[in-house]
Design a protein around this ligand. Structure first.
Ligand SMILES: Cc1cc2nc3c(=O)[nH]c(=O)nc-3n(C[C@H](O)[C@H](O)[C@H](O)COP(=O)(O)O)c2cc1C
Length: 162
């Protein structure tokens, strides 16, 4: 089983979890970059980002520098935007980047992610085995607690499929 950690992060929270998983499993890690990313740091980011979600936009991505065929297990990470996965992850999930993979989904949020897991599962499981998901709350406010949670989860995940 070869695992890859793939994620999008705008403000570092999802990146923090992705790095903890990658370090725990000694797995390669790749950050997704939209060709036209969010730039605002103030309230405007909610308007721009939330607007993208509401309009169902699937942004173009910079090329992903790896051969996905080499990996059977994907840890896919997203921040929650407007209650669901962020648009760059929508592009990956919905445009056939993953087929026939064992998928673990992790997401970071600030307390408003009630249906986020179910929505991701629905899309991912169309053409992959959705194994499990885990959410992380206020990651950079509680970094050590979240790091430990990510490390434990990563080990459990690999145990589930071996
Ligand atoms: C455009 C936008 C929309 C957001 N919408 C939500 C939301 O619906 N629910 C929530 O709990 N957090 C929401 N957040 C907060 C992020 O999910 C949270 O801070 C996340 O950990 C950020 O991850 P990142 O640092 O990897 O970008 C939103 C943030 C942005 C920028």
């Amino acid at each position: 089983m070869k695992a890859l950690v793939l994620y999008y992060s705008y403000e570092g929270n999802t990146e923090f979890i992705a790095e903890a998983i990658s370090e725990t499993l000694n797995a390669p890690i790749i950050r997704i970059h939209p060709t036209n990313d969010l730039t605002s740091t103030g309230f405007g980011k909610y308007v721009w980002g939330g607007g993208q979600v509401v309009m169902g936009i699937k942004p173009k991505l910079e090329p992903i520098e790896c051969n996905l065929n080499e990996f059977d297990v994907i840890f896919l990470g997203s921040p929650i935007w407007a209650g669901t996965y962020a648009p760059p992850i929508k592009t990956l999930m919905e445009d056939g980047f993953f087929i026939g993979k064992k998928m673990f989904y992790f997401y970071t949020h600030q307390g408003g992610a009630q249906n986020a897991e179910r929505r991701a599962e629905k899309v991912i499981s169309k053409s992959n085995q959705f194994v499990s998901a885990l959410g992380f709350l206020d990651v950079l406010k509680n970094p050590e607690e979240n790091r430990r949670k990510a490390q434990l989860w990563a080990v459990e995940c690999i145990g589930e499929i071996e």
